[in-house]
Design a protein around this ligand. Structure first.
Ligand SMILES: C[S@@+](CC[C@H](N)C(=O)[O-])C[C@H]1O[C@@H](n2cnc3c(N)ncnc32)[C@H](O)[C@@H]1O
Length: 260
C-alpha cells in the first residue's frame, strides 16, 4: 500500500508536474551509464515505474529492454507503449518476473512506499541474475542531517516548503536500506550525488504548485498554512530574482545508491 493513492487525478498531476524533462537528466544518464555498464540485449526492471519517464529514458539512452512494473493502473496508463518497454502490473514485494530474468533493477523515489523493504529486497534478489546491480534514486533522511553531506535546500520542495522534511524524515534511511538489501545478499557498491535540473523559472513552479501538492507525498503532508507560507516564500524569491536579474536555479540533488 503506497503512502498516497496514485489514482487518475494524481497520475495526471504527476505526469504534468513531477516528470523531469529529458534535458534535465543528463547527470543521471552519465551516472547510471557508469554503474550499469549497459550492453545490447540487457533487461532492466523499473520497479514502481510510475508514468515511465525513466523506463523510456533508459530504452532511448542505452537501448535496453525495460520491464516497467507498476501497481497503479492510473500510473501505468501513462507509460509509453514502445516495443522495448513492457508494462506489467505488479508490486516490489511480488514481482511478476521469473527467477534470474533481469540484468538490473531501478527504483526511483519508490522505497518509501514499499511496506516491507526486506521482502522487496529478497524479491529483487530472486529476479536478478547473479552479479546484477540494483540502482536506487532516493532522498535518504539521514543524508540531510545537519552534519551530513547533503543540504535540505538541495531538494526543491524542501527548500520552499521546509515542513515537507517532516514527512521525508519517516522515509527509509540509507542505513536501513543497505541493511534490508544486505539481508538479501547485496552489498553497497557505490553512493553518488546526482543532480537533475529544470530550465524553467520559479514562476513556472509557482503556477504549478497546486498541482504539485496533489502529486507529491511530502507536499500532501503540509497543512494549508504551511502550504501558503511556502507559496509566499516562492513569491518573495521570484521578486528578488526579478530585482537582481539572477534567476534561481531549479532542480534537486539526490543520491544514487548502487547495490550488487
Ligand atoms: C513517486 S512515484 C515515482 C515514479 C517513478 N519511479 C519516477 O521516478 O518517476 C512512486 C511510484 O511507486 C509506486 N509504488 C507504490 N507502492 C509500490 C510498491 N509496493 N511496489 C512498487 N511500486 C510502488 C507508485 O504507484 C508510484 O507510481
Amino acid at each position: 500500500m503506497a503512502r498516497i493513492s496514485y489514482d487518475d487525478a494524481t497520475a495526471a498531476a504527476f505526469k504534468a508536474v513531477r516528470e523531469i524533462p529529458r534535458a534535465g537528466l543528463e547527470e543521471w544518464r552519465e551516472a547510471v551509464g557508469r554503474h550499469l555498464r549497459p550492453a545490447p540485449g540487457m533487461t532492466l526492471v523499473d520497479i514502481g515505474a510510475g508514468t515511465g519517464a525513466f523506463s523510456s529514458a533508459f530504452s532511448d539512452w542505452f537501448g535496453l529492454r525495460v520491464l516497467a512494473v507498476e501497481p497503479s493502473a492510473a500510473m501505468r496508463c501513462h507509460i509509453p507503449q514502445t516495443p522495448s518497454i513492457q508494462t506489467l502490473a505488479g508490486d516490489a514485494c511480488a514481482l511478476p518476473l521469473a527467477d534470474a530474468s533481469a540484468d538490473a533493477a531501478w527504483l526511483s523515489l519508490v522505497i518509501h512506499h514499499i511496506p516491507d523493504l526486506e521482502l522487496a529486497a529478497r524479491e529483487i534478489r530472486r529476479v536478478l541474475r547473479p552479479g546484477a546491480p540494483v540502482l536506487i534514486r532516493q532522498a535518504y533522511p539521514d543524508r540531510y542531517e545537519p552534519s551530513g553531506p547533503l543540504k535540505p535546500d538541495g531538494i526543491e520542495t524542501w527548500r520552499w516548503f521546509p515542513e515537507t522534511a517532516r514527512m521525508a524524515a519517516t522515509f527509509p534511511s540509507l542505513e536501513t536500506t543497505c541493511a534490508a538489501f544486505a539481508a538479501a545478499g547485496f552489498h553497497r557498491e557505490a553512493l553518488a550525488q546526482v543532480r537533475d535540473s529544470r530550465s524553467t523559472s520559479l514562476a513556472d513552479l509557482a503556477v504549478r504548485v497546486d498541482t504539485l501538492r496533489r502529486a507529491d507525498t511530502t507536499m500532501r503532508s503540509l497543512s494549508d498554512d504551511e502550504f501558503e507560507q511556502g507559496k509566499e516564500r516562492l513569491r518573495r524569491a521570484m521578486r528578488q530574482a526579478a530585482a537582481t536579474g539572477a534567476p534561481e536555479p531549479r532542480g534537486n540533488l539526490l543520491d544514487l545508491l548502487v547495490l550488487r
